[in-house]
Design a protein. Structure first.
Length: 311
């Protein structure tokens, strides 16, 4: 699909869970397009506060607002004759959605503080880990903008839906990170590969790459990676956790076998499972996932990154 859509000028809308490679797909589209010699400019719509987003996208002239000491070229202009990639577009405020719709229709922008219309020629690729159709029903996303974006839809499947790709991905990441560390290229044993293919990987390809990179470090001088080099789920430990739905004040019951357990791993697996369930229930929306776990979003994000790094 990427090969087919790359040669067109149409807008592409990429959907997929966090870590499935949406930006990599966007870069592949750009690299195979007629605009490949120009820049691909990437913007994470959820990473910028609303009061800075407009200046970031449209740019501004000197004196446009307090602190605007000089001319700033916005991302639309930077992507002129190239590709503009808007990641996490579901987080774009409604006020900015209206302005984006006009830019897509007119291919013109105005820098903040200026009345001059500037023509821009860019290929737009947008991505979201949320279903925009659901956001429309909730009144969080403009329907007319959705139809402007959803001309060429591209679905990035979760890693659990394509487990047969795991061996190729593991070997690719082994080569990539071993060469970066100036090491002989390691390989995974058959048992290790079976273990990796049995995991659910809620963080998808990004989580798998982090796990491979850590395994390289933990394996020392050995060229063959073993299951113990990976921080995988403790499925082989004889423990029992009550999985019934919990209410506030309830504590899950864990039986500790006579042989003992790895405390840090068990607690980490339990916490990881809670975060993954919250993300699944909210279709990947970190803000809502944090709310149902009664965490601050910053705390939720920090925990997620920490646990992904130790998988």
């Amino acid at each position: 699909v990427i090969r087919l859509v790359a040669t067109r000028r149409c807008t592409v809308l990429i959907h997929g869970e966090t870590g499935t490679g949406k930006e990599m797909a966007a870069r592949a589209i750009h690299a195979a397009s007629q605009r490949s010699q120009q820049s691909m400019v990437a913007v994470n719509c959820s990473a910028l506060p609303e009061n800075l987003l407009e200046a970031e996208l449209f740019g501004h002239v000197k004196g446009a607002f307090t602190g605007a000491a000089g001319l700033r070229i916005g991302r639309f202009e930077q992507a002129n004759r190239g590709t503009l990639f808007l990641d996490e577009i579901a987080d774009l405020p409604l006020s900015m959605q209206t302005k984006l719709l006009r830019v897509i229709q007119e291919r013109e922008i105005q820098r903040l503080g200026s009345s001059e219309n500037l023509k821009v020629d860019f290929r737009l690729i947008a991505a979201s880990n949320l279903r925009l159709e659901d956001q429309i029903r909730e009144g969080k996303f403009r329907e007319d903008l959705y139809y402007r974006l959803n001309i060429l839809p591209l679905e990035m499947p979760a890693l659990r839906e394509r487990r047969d790709d795991i061996p190729q991905l593991v070997n690719h990441f082994l080569e990539k990170h071993c060469l970066a560390e100036d090491l002989p290229v390691k390989r995974a044993s058959a048992e290790t590969m079976d273990k990796l293919m049995s995991q659910s990987w809620p963080g998808n390809v990004r989580q798998l790459e982090n796990a491979v990179e850590m395994a390289i470090a933990l394996s020392g001088d050995r060229e063959i990676l073993m299951p113990s080099d990976f921080r995988l789920s403790a499925a082989s430990i004889q423990t029992r956790v009550e999985t019934a739905s919990l209410r506030d004040g309830q504590v899950p019951t864990i039986e500790v076998p006579e042989t003992g357990i790895d405390y840090e791993r068990i607690v980490g697996d339990f916490e990881r499972n809670l975060l993954a369930q919250a993300l699944e229930r909210t279709q990947g929306n970190k803000k809502q996932a944090a709310e149902i776990l009664r965490l601050k979003r910053t705390t939720f994000t920090a925990k997620l990154k920490s646990l992904e790094a130790t998988v």
